[in-house]
Design a protein around this ligand. Sequence first.
Ligand SMILES: NC(=O)C1=CN([C@@H]2O[C@H](COP(=O)(O)OP(=O)(O)OC[C@H]3O[C@@H](n4cnc5c(N)ncnc54)[C@H](O)[C@@H]3O)[C@@H](O)[C@H]2O)[C@@H](O)CC1
Length: 527
Amino acid sequence: MRWAYTAEQIRAAEQPLLAAGEPLMRRAAYGLAQQILRLLRARHSRVSGATVAALVGKGNNGGDALWALAFLRRRGVHAVAIPVGADHGAAITAADLHAEGRDALLQAGGSMATHVPEDTAVVVDAIFGTGFRGSADVPTMLRDAGVTVPEHAVVVACDVPSGLNASTGEIPGVVLPADLTVTFGGLKTGLLLGEGPRVAGRVELIDVGLEPLLGETPTDQMVGVFEKDTSAPVGAVFAPPVWDAHKYSRGVIAISAGSPQYPGAAVLTVAAAVATGVGMVRWVGVTGDDGDDDSDTVSAGVVAAHPEVIAGHEADGRADAWVLGPGWGTGENVHARYRQVLDLAGQRGTPVVLDASALELINNDDVARFAEIRRAGGAVVLTPHAGELGRLEERLLTEPGADDSHGRVDAVELWRARRMAAHVGAHVLLKGPTTVIAAPDGQARLDTTGGPELATAGSGDTLAGLVGSALGRTLPKTGSGTLDTLDKIAAAVRLHALAGRRAQQYGPFGASALAPAVREVLAEVGE
Ligand SMILES: NC(=O)C1=CN([C@@H]2O[C@H](COP(=O)(O)OP(=O)(O)OC[C@H]3O[C@@H](n4cnc5c(N)ncnc54)[C@H](O)[C@@H]3O)[C@@H](O)[C@H]2O)[C@@H](O)CC1
């Protein structure tokens, strides 16, 4: 796992090193130059004679690019810098650029220009970096300056695409989308959330020596990141059973999901939990303990698809984790079931996942119930998408003065997930292109691995089943007690993402393909 930071945290970490005279800019520039050389070798098979042009603003971000061009020039690259931006209404010139960087480029034999040469292979966007404030329309700035970016050129953003807020991922104006972003010192949250992933392209991190200082950032103020090349603890959380396991020691996952209107949700949630290999999956209907014909239809469907499932209507049975809500709809009994399970979980310390329809039932009175569950050793996990989180906010955060958004420095998804987690005292798994997981104490994780193939009906039911399994199977008796709730949720999110990618290998798919893919992924993880 890597960590991501706001621009302010990165700048704070830089300060002591800069004061001590550490050559951070040259380290950053060298890393940028290396990445560009790699691109040139891969795409053009030659470095010497290739043209690299940088759009250079007057700040340190431009300084990075000028130094990088100087390094490239020494490798025979035709290195060109184009000043872009304005100062008090007048277009900036070479004289306004970072002086040392400009001199280094000129001494190395590079040049200044007013346009991007037509044969340019790589265009470096170094107009604004973390010092960007307010809003900018970069394509218009370029047009006004008479600068055209050739269509065939690869665009490399220096630190962040100019015009992107490095902390929040917001683009108040318009940016030049990058194919590659080479970022310095630490990952910025704005590259991973909001508009960032859409415009940053591939992100490469250059170590400039900030790690020891960034490591002092309190863990509730930074965010752990799971990317394609780093693994959430899937193997540890979804570990194979120990040799003397019995069905109860492996975990019993109790699932109350589905309704006559949405019977498939029950099957999908159950399928996901079963696919992870637990001791037992129980399905519990939402009717009273007597059941009724409607609920029996759902029950019959679940058992037909998964004969190993114990289906019934009693909540008061064995459960190492509960999953409530997928496909419940708004039936009249759901509220009673919801309350009953929360009360039982509070008495026993059982983790509870609240998904879909169950999220619509949460109100501020439940905050005390959630606290009871946590005190008893359990956890509560809410799994909203943005719309569901919005409705939760409307219901729970409407008291006067609750809107503290003007002080926000984080990406809005991160901020919203953290705020809700802190308010209700539950973990919040916010689904989206980048998944955010926030703990009540402010710790957070991002997962960037899930692809758009997961945006399909029933995918959320599957995820709820996986989260339930992660929480129920890893109670201390299974030997995984050192993993905390955040790790377990992150493992479920990652497993879901991996299953999506696996299912996609066989072509487009619906959510019922995810559970078989979960088994394939876990078979490989266990190897
Ligand atoms: N702090 C440091 O010394 C280091 C910083 N590094 C680089 O420095 C960058 C930050 O440098 P700076 O703080 O100089 O800032 P930038 O280079 O990001 O930009 C600052 C300039 O842009 C102007 N500006 C900001 N928003 C604008 C807007 N909306 N419209 C028009 N002009 C606007 C500012 O007035 C300022 O002149 C980082 O992104 C990184 O690339 C690296 O060299 C490593 C070391």
